[in-house]
Write a protein that binds this ligand. Sequence first.
Ligand code: SAH
Length: 354
Amino acid sequence: MTDLKTHLIDRIRRTGPLSVADYMAECLLHPRFGYYTTRDPLGAKGDFTTAPEISQMFGELIGLSLAQCWIDQGAPSAFILAEAGPGRGTLMADILRATRAVPGFHAAMQLHLIEASPTLRAAQAKALRDFTPQWHDQLSSVPANQPLFFVANEFFDALPIRQFVRDADGWREKRVIEQDKDLAFALAGPAPQEALTHRLEDTKGGDLVELCPAAPAIAADIGQRIAEHGGAALLIDYGDWRSLGDTLQALRNHERTDPLADPGQADLTAHVDFEAIAQAVPCKFTRLTGQGVFLERLGITPRAQSLAKGLQGAALDSLVQAHRRLTHPSEMGTLFKVLGLYPDGKTAPPGLEP
Ligand code: SAH
């Protein structure tokens, strides 16, 4: 039994069942036993691989899209470049390398990173040692007086979700209980859920829906800053416009496992409900676009061809493979999606449509 499982069973005995969101928050961010707090989970030796870890092309193209937004908005002389959940800092390092050649961009930028994990903060400091990022536990402490150019890849999918099953008399929340000295799922009694009123139209008895309480709140803050001061956001994640069904997933050593089996030892994520994010922002949002289409529009194929010129053998194969993984519909191309945020009256970020 993991230390975290002992802690959770103890907590349930003392204060009652946990919502799935409480359980997820403990598993991911418990200060001593949490999954992100205690390790670097990324890469071939870790539990999962993300787009920036697959190829530098991902971050380069994102950097150029954000820099083009900055130019389209008159190249403001002071702005905030921020990332939430920067992992190993790879995406931001690629963004900064690609934007080095954009006149004035680095001189105007102030770099802010939102990261809960001390282990990953250390990795980010190393990857970004040529810069002076400021770290934050939450977006709310990032200064809000300048244009905000914001990126997040696989951040929203790590935010805790609540799960509800519909029945005749309302919604029954799924909770984590103690059963025979182990953890199990159980349904609470039915209760009305105001936040789920819009789901009465597209669900029936027995359907499970998910709510991520933190996502709209964070999105509203990003959108408010962009509406007031300008800027743009690229939010990249797996999910869809509206999710239906149980999408809670545990990954360990690149394999799916039971989310209750080893709390704190496996990554826990859920599909992102982009509708909930878009409906929360006071600025403009783009059409939700597949990652493959987005990267193709930004020129990933010519970029791959140019990188390929100097390569042969295994290095060339791995570049071709990376291009495919990022863009192909059977890989990350359609499951992963991009939502852009931008100010009213301005151009949508390159690669995305209004
Ligand atoms: N964006 C990176 C890493 C994705 S993993 C990449 O694409 O490779 C999720 C990241 O979000 C990790 O850096 C994790 O520590 C961070 N994170 C998860 N929940 C968080 C929270 N509530 N607040 C701040 N950071 C969080």
